[in-house]
Design a protein around this ligand. Structure first.
Ligand SMILES: *[C@@H]1O[C@H](CO)[C@@H](O)[C@H](O)[C@H]1NC(C)=O
Ligand SMILES: *[C@@H]1O[C@H](CO)[C@@H](O)[C@H](O)[C@H]1NC(C)=O
Ligand SMILES: *[C@@H]1O[C@H](CO)[C@@H](O)[C@H](O)[C@H]1NC(C)=O
Ligand SMILES: *[C@@H]1O[C@H](CO)[C@@H](O)[C@H](O)[C@H]1NC(C)=O
Length: 415
């Protein structure tokens, strides 16, 4: 990219000075109209140069980074000294010290049972009263997609998908992958209309804190039984699929969790040529594995390149362990592998899914959101990938007990 840039710059400079020379000649001869035309040409060429430079700059800056946002009190356990040392502009309002000191005291603030139970122990400091409000907000958002019937407006119905009722407007089909010209251009509308944030997770944070473009995936963090200590390293497990040769997320999550999690990074590409040895850059942070998440068919055909999630866990000796954070950006593989994420099996248990979705191929995209919901996942973060014009979206899902869903609001859509 750099070489191309220099080359382009060099060529255009030459052109520019040649034109300048002609301008001078023309001025001497008094041919003002020609001069005008040449000036306009010059301006046009300058404009072109600026555009080329802009495109090149944009292209290189859109190289995606691997970053995320986390939420929740549990991953980062502050010592009381650290809390004291945090400076505030004004003194923070605190509860009576008795209610802070122990979660097992009889303080009125200790009615945390509802949140604790329905989040599998994840939130151990949200009062039941507040939790019920969260439940209601979630309930009110159901079904969480644009419900105006589109069947009467045939011009807006995706011609490739015949379901007249549900979510087909601005959607794609699985055959549209890479069909950017026509089929994918409206998926930003689909993403804009459907599946909004439905749960409010306290203390979300971006990981790493300085991250900018592609990729902010949010995670809301887990608190173990004892809120004063984070999980031991052997307990907390993080998988990151699709790295693009970047280690920011891994480094950031390691900093936030203060070393308490075991992190594994997966990618079919080793990125060794592009960025030096990628696996070396992860050293001390994460363990790299050179395979991607695949369907059963893919893993049967190319077992070195693809593994299912269950196979991955078995190979690494993680069978039956809870995955605390599962981050994935795999260019459409989400639509063909999501049922492995603990939906069609009880042997996979993921607490937080940080996924970048791509476009909205039906029926997979519909079933993806419906089934994650019906499994207990709530959307706590949604952020457009602006760099691809909102055709991609970063979602954060957190698993709760389906008792959280008031009135049993399930899609139960016939698949
Ligand atoms: C969680 O706490 C309960 C009671 O306080 C205890 O019985 C249980 O063993 C704890 N579980 C873990 C995983 O520490
Ligand atoms: C990284 O990968 C290279 C080959 O791709 C290998 O030789 C090296 O041992 C690996 N390093 C680590 C730390 O795994
Ligand atoms: C995983 O859990 C299942 C069901 O509880 C059990 O049958 C199996 O033996 C477990 N496997 C391992 C390796 O712990
Ligand atoms: C649940 O459904 C019942 C009956 O349809 C209704 O009366 C009740 O208000 C609903 N609950 C909530 C929280 O809206």
């Amino acid at each position: 990219m750099t070489r191309l840039n220099n080359k382009g710059g060099g060529t255009t400079t030459t052109t520019k000075s040649n034109r300048r020379g002609n301008d001078d000649d023309n001025n001497k001869n008094g041919k003002n109209s020609n001069n005008m035309i040449l000036k306009m040409k010059l301006a046009f060429i300058l404009l072109l140069i600026i555009q080329v430079i802009t495109i090149i700059t944009l292209k290189s800056s859109s190289t995606s980074t691997s970053t995320a946002v986390v939420c929740g009190q549990g991953l980062q356990s502050y010592s009381s000294n650290e809390l004291e040392s945090l400076s505030f502009n004004s003194p923070p309002r605190t509860r009576s010290s008795s209610s802070i000191s122990s979660s097992s005291s009889n303080s009125v603030y200790d009615d945390y049972e509802l949140a604790r139970t329905q989040s599998f122990g994840f939130f151990d400091d949200i009062p039941s009263k507040q939790w019920k409000i969260l439940q209601n907000i979630h309930y009110e958002s159901f079904p969480n997609y644009y419900t105006k019937s589109t069947s009467s407006d045939s011009t807006k119905v995706n011609p490739h998908y015949n379901d007249p009722i549900i979510l087909q407007q601005y959607s794609n089909t699985m055959n549209d992958k890479r069909n950017t010209k026509n089929q994918l251009k409206y998926s930003n509308w689909w993403n804009g209309e459907n599946f909004q944030i439905e749960f409010h997770c306290p203390m979300m944070r971006r990981v790493p804190p300085t991250s900018q473009a592609d990729g902010p995936k949010w995670s809301s963090s887990k608190s173990s039984n004892d809120s004063k200590s984070s999980k031991s390293k052997s307990e907390c497990l993080i998988y990151s699929f699709g790295s693009n040769g970047k280690s920011e997320f891994e480094q950031g999550i390691k900093d936030v969790t203060k070393d308490s999690c075991e992190i594994h990074t997966f990618d079919m590409e080793t990125y060794n040529k592009r960025n030096g040895h990628f696996n070396e850059s992860l050293k001390g942070i994460s363990t790299f594995h050179a395979w991607g998440l695949g369907t059963i068919e893919q893993s049967n055909r190319h077992p070195q390149t693809y593994k299912t999630l269950q196979q991955t866990m078995d190979v690494l000796g993680h069978t039956n362990r809870t995955i605390d954070i599962f981050k994935i950006d795999c260019e459409w593989c989400e639509w063909t592998t999501y049922t492995q994420w603990g939906i069609d099996t009880t042997t996979v248990d993921i607490r937080q899914i940080l996924v970048e979705t791509h476009n909205a191929p039906l029926p997979n995209a519909r079933d993806f959101f419906f089934q994650l919901h019906d499994t207990g996942y709530v959307i706590y973060s949604k952020e457009a990938n602006y760099q691809n014009a909102g055709g991609g979206v970063e979602f954060g899902f957190l698993k709760l007990h389906t008792d959280f869903f008031l009135n049993n609001t399930m899609y139960n859509y016939q698949l």
